[in-house]
Design a protein around this ligand. Sequence first.
Ligand SMILES: [Zn+2]
Ligand SMILES: [Zn+2]
Length: 425
Amino acid sequence: MATTVEFWGGVGVIGSSKVLITEGDHRVLLDFGLDIPRGTDLFRPPVVPRPQRYLADRLRVGAAPRLPGVYDPAMLEPGDPLGEPGPATAVFVSHAHIDHCGLVGTLRPGIEVHASLPTIGLLRALAAAGDGLPGGEPDWRPLADETPLAFGPLSVERITVDHDVPGASGYLVTTSDGVLAFTGDIRFHGRAPERSWRLAERAAGCEMFVTEGTALGLPAFPGPVRTEDDVVRDFAAALEAAGRDLVLLAMYPRDLDRVREFIDAAGAAGRWIVWDDAVAAFLRELGVAGVLAYSEVGLSGLRDNPGGFVYQPDLRDLRGIPDLADLPVGAGTVWLHANGEPLGPFESRWELFVEWLAVLGIPLRRIGAFGHATADDLHTLVHRVAPRTVVPIHTGAPERLHPVGGPVRLLAEPARAYDLGGRPL
Ligand SMILES: [Zn+2]
Ligand SMILES: [Zn+2]
């Protein structure tokens, strides 16, 4: 029985990974995400997606893949042939970032969605806090670490890796033609690099290795890569330097390990971190201790004791940005950007954000760390795994991966079928 593999997303772009493996009448889909908002996303702010037409509108403008047999017919245009049932399909999500899981709420009823328990917990907490997946929660199935799950002739195993969100995972899919291994998003300079190297060990010698390659298309890092130790140390030092003035923050709340470390560091400096109410509800849902919501402090609270707080305003859209003008900004006030929203200069929101800070006299300091493997680490990874074929996805520059010592590099085309040796069919 021949195995085929198709790449329905993440081809030449950062994000939207979707790897479809078919054997006989069974299919495994690794990740089902959205492009992260950037210049080419037609649904970027100020556009507000229409909830009832969420999927149909995305399909209409080519912002979701026309993958047959996976979508909920109730979310499609009446009569759309995409709504016809397809082969048995199981979905496996690598982690709780929107570019990997953002479409799972649009899946056909009956399709199981497997992921790590922390991934499912995080997405359920977001839903409980009013920030759930478009289309609702899918049929989640927690999958234990390194415990193979049979699906027809295929077998799928999840391996926890290190990334900037808890529960991030890679997968091994065993087929009759050999093993396909997938990194999801991965890094080797976080708190648990041994997990990521464990994936390399388990994937060693596989037939096809599908790896994220985010760093390949980005400018090289000046100097050594920043670690989580660097981030927390810079955060603590910045709080100290701010004296009795208010400190502002932009960090990504899904990075729960960093959230907990920042809450502790703020506490040690005599400060509370104040989150917008939706984020506070999400963090409490997950049992994070020491969470304070903006509505519990209010503007008057921040004004009475600016040195007692670190405040993270809600900047998911910028409609509330004039509220910043009310904040008590002192000589020591600084906005610490630790990979929060807006995410960076590649986003349409960034320029406006920076303009407001300049006018308000708030210096911006970036203290984050990269969530993805460096280009050097990616090359070491591929060398260690030594697959027969390597497929770089989730990058703007897959051609900058240069495997040595044997592996053939496949620059995949979207939605085209390949065999496990990377040959087009
Ligand atoms: Zn990603
Ligand atoms: Zn990610």
